[in-house]
Design a protein around this ligand. Structure first.
Ligand code: COI
Length: 356
């Protein structure tokens, strides 16, 4: 159990006046959680302090070699004003897997959850009251050793910041257009695709920018070896409903094991759908579209929630899905998941955890 010291700000910021215009990750709350690591001493000095810039040496390892990992979570306000988290133990466990791959010392699952819980408790007035808006939570760990040798750092900072946020996409729950990337890749076997490390996202920015210039919300990544099988989208996992069955990439090292992905699979299976986690060729998806069997496509992610896709473009071929409208399974998943998260529906799986 962490002994977290709390220093409250003397200059609290004004809360957003219009919660319908929050956007995603644009404004930040009054406080942040910090904890330091030093080899030989371990994780120490857990504290909640006023939100402020870091003072860091320009030669810090993170600036040069990107030894950094992060998580994404949300806190939701229910109708009776309790605040709850969604499966925080899954994020804590995933951060341990990311730590392992990036040679970063692990944070015990219970300490991670306690840190998130305590910060959200301090920031509870920042958790939005508006439907569809929540407090986005961004835990991250970065290397602070000073020096330009390429080695695992002996010092780190674990920080958590919070941003009251609305929908990730400007489109909201309206279906988005996705560009299937066939030049750049995001991951390959043996690399860091399964982790949430900043480097994965840095490598993805160029393709994302090019897709945006052409009016697409994000890119769909293909496998890094054959550029044949679908993997994930810029900020979410992706699922395809073809002829009644749901297909999604297996999380076998190159794909992020999303908490929302896992929750959607569990819901779908519970509803009796066959969900196939495995290799799905983009050519087969386009063929299914030509045959009228590509029924629904949707992304899943903490930030993106459940986001319908209305169009895929691969090379020069376009697949249009559901006449541009959200499909019934996508809608049911969105309603059920957000219903559980905001406490409007029962939580039969015990996924939520009240902040107290
Ligand atoms: C999340 O969904 O929480 C993520 O971390 C995706 C992010 C890149 C916006």
């Amino acid at each position: 159990m962490l002994d977290i010291k709390i220093e409250l700000t003397k200059t609290p910021k004004a809360k957003p006046a219009d919660e319908s215009k929050l956007g995603f990750g644009k404004i930040f709350t009054d406080h942040m959680f910090l904890m330091d690591y030093e080899a030989g001493k371990g994780w120490h000095d857990p504290r909640i302090v006023p939100y402020a810039p870091f003072e860091l040496d320009p030669a810090c390892v993170v600036f040069h070699y990107a030894q950094e990992i992060f998580e994404g979570m949300k806190a939701y306000r229910t109708a009776d004003n309790t605040i709850q988290l969604f499966r925080p133990e899954c994020n804590a466990a995933r951060m341990q897997d990311s730590s392992d791959r990036l040679c970063i010392p692990k944070i015990p699952v219970e300490d991670y959850i306690q840190a998130v819980n305590e910060l959200v408790k301090v920031e509870q007035d920042w958790v939005p009251h508006t439907d569809g808006a929540s407090l986005y939570i961004r835990p991250f760990v970065f290397a602070t050793d000073v020096g330009l040798g390429v080695h695992a750092s002996k010092r780190y900072i674990f920080a958590i910041i919070c941003a009251p946020s609305g929908a990730y996409y400007a489109e909201g729950i309206n279906p988005v257009r996705i560009y299937v990337e066939d030049e750049y890749i995001r991951a390959a076997p043996g690399l860091t695709g399964f982790t949430k490390c900043g480097g994965n996202y840095a490598a993805s920015i160029k393709a994302g920018e090019l897709a945006e210039e052409q009016g697409y919300a994000q890119v769909l990544w293909l496998d890094g070896v054959e550029k044949k099988y679908v993997e994930e989208v810029g900020s979410m996992n992706i699922m395809f409903k073809i002829d009644g069955k749901i297909y999604t990439a297996a999380t076998v090292g190159t794909v992020l094991p999303g908490v929302t992905r896992r929750s959607c699979i569990e819901l779908l299976r519970n509803w009796g759908y066959e969900v196939i986690e495995g290799k799905l060729a983009i050519a087969d998806i386009m063929q299914a579209s030509r045959e009228g069997k590509l029924e629904e496509v949707f992304g899943t992610g903490t930030a993106a929630v459940v986001s319908p896709v209305k169009e895929l473009v691969w090379k020069d071929e376009h697949a249009f899905i559901g006449e541009g409208k959200i499909g019934p399974v996508t809608q049911k998943l969105y309603d059920t998941l957000t219903g559980i998260q905001w406490g409007k529906l029962p939580d039969p799986f015990g996924w939520t955890r009240v902040v107290k």
